[in-house]
Design a protein around this ligand. Structure first.
Ligand code: ZN
Ligand code: ZN
Ligand code: ZN
Ligand code: ZN
Length: 279
């Protein structure tokens, strides 16, 4: 079901995030080229498996293949190539987004974590839920939202009220709106979901349509206010590069249960005061 501010049914949370970056000296392009997968041109990284004739293919491609792409010979039983694994462990490999501008070279064990947070990774659609598969550059995010997610309301100003109507709608529901101030666009998300069986909770968070670094220049405050009660949450906005799912998974947002929601709701509608400031 869908809240009437706008939005979509929520989907599964994606990846966890950890920030790792390091660069190893001494690039050796000739050596790293030996690790190129003949199918996808990504790198063949440990565990490295070879066909019976000794050809390599990356583990992702291997799962989709019935024979060796080089010699058509059998891929099973798999033969591990420990020597190549040892060589791989001594080499720096370029980040997957090197063609987009990332200059980092990393040990293969650090590559996946870095690529998850790499600032050159394409942005995905910030709308909660997994329904929209769009991805592109940061500059293309706002045009995408304006053309494809026209139903999202935008309010101007640093101090606005985010009104979520019909908070009693059953199931997982998202309420989404945009706030524009300080020459930036922020996405406000209220999500209702059952993180624990039989226990519905609300999660409210503010995302900057911008990088993690830009987000550090701002602070946001969410406030439920009414019936002689007040509940406040203050934090740094999330970058849309991290997304809503991670914030909710870590409860790094305003979290409250349905009982609390009803203390503040008026006729099934919940008003959240949102204030954004520069810091
Ligand atoms: Zn491959
Ligand atoms: Zn082969
Ligand atoms: Zn990178
Ligand atoms: Zn989208």
């Amino acid at each position: 079901s869908v809240g009437s501010v706008a939005g979509s049914v929520s989907g599964t949370p994606s990846s966890a995030v950890s920030l790792t970056s390091s660069s190893l000296p001494g690039q050796t392009p000739e050596l790293t080229a030996l690790f190129e997968c003949p199918v996808c041109f990504d790198y063949v990284l440990p565990p490295i498996l070879q066909c019976q004739a000794g050809h390599l293919v990356c583990n992702l491609c291997r799962q989709k293949l019935s024979c060796c792409p080089t010699c058509r010979g059998p891929l099973t039983p798999s033969i591990r190539n420990l020597a190549m694994e040892k060589v791989a462990s001594t080499l720096p490999f370029p980040c997957k987004y090197s063609s987009a501008g990332c200059l980092l070279n990393l040990h293969h064990s650090e590559k996946p974590d870095h690529e998850e947070v790499c600032e050159f990774r394409p942005y995905t659609c910030p709308c909660p839920g997994a329904t929209c598969k769009w991805h592109g550059s940061l500059e293309a995010v706002m045009p995408h939202l304006m053309h494809v997610h026209k139903s999202i309301t935008t309010l101007q100003g640093e101090d606005i009220v985010f009104l979520a109507t019909d908070i009693n709608l059953p199931g997982a529901v998202d309420w989404v709106m945009m706030q524009s101030c300080f020459n930036h666009h922020f996405m406000l998300v209220l999500e209702k979901q059952e993180k624990y069986e039989g226990h519905q909770q609300f999660f409210a968070v503010v995302l900057l349509i911008g990088t993690r670094k830009q987000a550090e220049n701002f602070a946001y405050r969410l406030e439920l206010n009414g019936n002689r009660r007040r509940l406040t949450w203050e934090a740094t906005p999330r970058s849309i590069h991290d997304g809503v799912a991670v914030a909710i998974m870590n409860s790094d947002c305003l979290v409250f249960d349905t009982t609390i929601a009803h203390l503040f709701a008026d006729n099934g509608n919940l008003g959240i005061n949102v204030t954004i400031s520069m810091c």
